[in-house]
Design a binder for this molecule. Structure first.
Ligand code: ARG
Length: 580
């Protein structure tokens, strides 16, 4: 809460109390008509009648008293009894000076551990746009929680263990049956380089997948290989290790581009040793039972409106599947970290899976009953036609294709204005993509319109970057090194005051974004702050301002905007280039 607003609210509450009007909670809000005031109080109408006043009369009594308050410049009645309030500039400046302090207070270390699982790329499968969303949203939530003093551990959770691994091995064997990896009698050293490239893998897997659908015998073979891999057959494990590493190379490059990184680079396979004892225990203590050859946990609850299918721990062929590894992974995370909260960032088609998983691990007492488990679901990124993103030829849009589209649009835009290095182009493209992704409400589907998101105007990454670079460039040109010590002064200049009023919102924005786990709140704020700064910039001269006090105040303003923009962009994992 902004202290300044609290002061006004306390003041109103006291005035009402003096009139013997008791009210629990006085809340002022930003004025929806800025020309009338900065804040407004809308509570008078509800209170007046009950206490024997006409709303307008009560409003003017309150206004008169407010006028005496030393932080208020003006209080006036509007309409049927709204109160509009304009603060003294000196009071606003004092609040700006308290802002960093408020942020520091919010950032105090909390004794609370959060484990976040996001990214979730799959071995031998192209990264699709959904994986980009998971990476961007997860990275942002992680950074936001860290900023607010939480202890956060992140894991990428590679999809490296299910049936698709057996399919890839079978697929490679089809192509190169002579490789030693397939010879059960081979006892020597296996090669140390992957026999297939990541591009090969992206073909081998879909081909094997199609074949398995058509050819029962091949499917059986894939099943068997999966089972043997999971049970440690030497040649399969050696081959698997090589193609997993190969497959992850381009993924890591994409994460670099997105400025995304993890504490742990584990996968579904990491928990493999825990699976057999876990299943045995679940059966022994009656949490799980056998059903048609599979091992399942009933996770239905009386309040369920639709029937909840049982959670499958192990399939009848004995191989570990997605749900198996997710469950055992929680055991492994619990053993090592015992977090207070588990966060999973994955698209909304997986909602049922996570609901079942959370119920299953609670039923099995893997986590404490009060451990918070959240699935941060997100919607699909759609093409201009409103349908899930497709490439021109109708295929699923790969993450790299989308990144390339954005990169070339940015390159086109930039080329005539600046001679941008490839590095700057990458930074801007990454910002474009990430800001577009994060500025939408996480849960709804949204249309990715490359032209719109690349624009230098509007709620876009380039616009926010441009504003930040502009503020930095003024500071560079001013060429002074003690701007931090410059004072904001009382200047009756509405564009200047507007920026100050936006600066003081920073702590509330952080708090609200965290409470709602909504990164779009940060994006909205960056847009509003940047707009007010650009408006200020176009209406005032800064470097050529002759009044030294004013010039220093304006430079300080540039510094504050640059600092907040840079810090908030950093929460979104967006870098600011040196120039644009
Ligand atoms: N690999 C999965 C996918 O591509 C996402 C993994 C999400 N995390 C998890 N622990 N299940 O859909």
């Amino acid at each position: 809460m902004i202290e300044l607003m609290e002061c006004v609210e306390k003041e109103i509450k006291q005035i009402l109390l003096n009139l013997k009007i008791n009210v629990d909670d006085v809340k002022i809000v930003e004025c929806n008509r800025p020309e009338l005031g900065q804040y407004q109080y809308n509570g008078i109408m509800a209170l007046a009648g009950k206490n024997g006043y006409k709303p307008q009369d009560l409003a003017s009594i309150v206004c008169k008293k407010l006028q005496e308050c030393d932080i208020i410049k003006e209080a006036s009645v509007a309409g049927v009894g709204f109160i509009n309030i304009t603060l003294k500039i000196s009071a606003i400046i004092q609040q700006v000076e308290r802002t960093q302090n408020e942020i520091d207070k919010l950032s105090a270390p909390k004794n609370h551990k959060i484990f976040i699982d996001y990214g979730g790329p799959n071995v031998a499968k192209t990264l699709h746009v959904g994986h980009l969303r998971s990476a961007d949203i997860g990275e942002g939530l992680k950074r936001l929680a860290r900023k607010l003093g939480y202890n956060v551990i992140s894991d990428v959770h590679f999809g490296d263990w299910g049936r698709q691994m057996g399919m890839v091995i079978a697929g490679i064997e089809e192509l190169m049956p002579e490789l030693q990896f397939f010879d059960p009698n081979f006892e020597g050293e296996y090669p140390t380089e992957s026999p297939v490239s990541s591009e090969d893998l992206e073909k081998i897997y879909p081909q094997a997948n199609i074949k398995a659908k058509e050819d029962e015998q091949f499917l059986d073979k894939c099943r068997k290989i999966t089972y043997e891999l999971q049970n440690g057959r030497r040649g399969y494990v050696a081959l698997w290790k090589l193609f997993v590493a190969e497959s992850m190379r381009p993924v890591m490059k994409t994460y670099d581009f997105l400025n995304v990184s993890f504490d742990l680079y584990e996968g579904e396979s990491t928990c493999n040793d825990l699976i057999a004892p876990m299943v045995q225990n679940l059966l022994n203590n009656g949490v799980a039972h056998q059903s048609q050859g599979a091992v399942v946990i009933d996770v239905g609850e009386p309040q369920d409106k639709v029937e909840m299918p049982p959670f499958i721990v192990l399939k009848s062929d004995g191989a570990a599947m997605y749900s198996t590894t997710d469950m055992a992974t929680i055991l492994s995370r619990q053993n090592r970290f015992a977090p207070n909260e588990y966060w999973y960032v994955a698209d909304n088609r997986q909602s049922l899976h996570f609901m079942q998983l959370f119920r299953a691990v609670k039923k099995a007492n893997f986590v404490e009953p009060n451990t918070t488990m959240i699935h941060f679901a997100f919607g699909t990124m759609n093409g201009k036609d409103g349908k899930p993103f497709k490439t021109r030829d109708g295929g699923v849009m790969g993450a790299l294709t989308l990144i390339d589209n954005v990169k070339s649009a940015i390159k086109n835009k930039m080329s005539d204005s600046t001679e941008n290095s490839a590095e700057i182009c990458d930074i801007i493209s990454s910002a474009t993509l990430k800001f577009a992704d994060l500025s939408n409400n996480r849960e709804t589907d949204f249309i990715f319109d490359v032209d719109k998101f690349c624009a230098l105007e509007g709620k876009t990454g380039p616009y926010i970057l441009y504003t930040t670079v502009r503020a930095n460039s003024v500071l560079n040109k001013a060429d002074v090194d003690d701007v931090d010590k410059y004072a904001l002064i009382d200047i009756d200049n509405s564009s200047y005051i507007d920026v100050l009023l936006n600066i003081i919102k920073a702590p509330i924005v952080l708090q609200k974004a965290f409470e709602q786990k909504a990164l779009n709140i940060i994006c909205d704020y960056l847009f509003v702050l940047s707009n007010s700064f650009n408006n200020f910039y176009s209406q005032n001269k800064i470097l050529s301002e002759l009044d030294v006090g004013k010039k220093k105040a304006y430079l300080k303003l540039c510094k504050l905007v640059s600092k907040i923009n840079t810090e908030f962009l950093d929460i979104l994992a967006i870098k600011v280039p040196d120039k644009m």
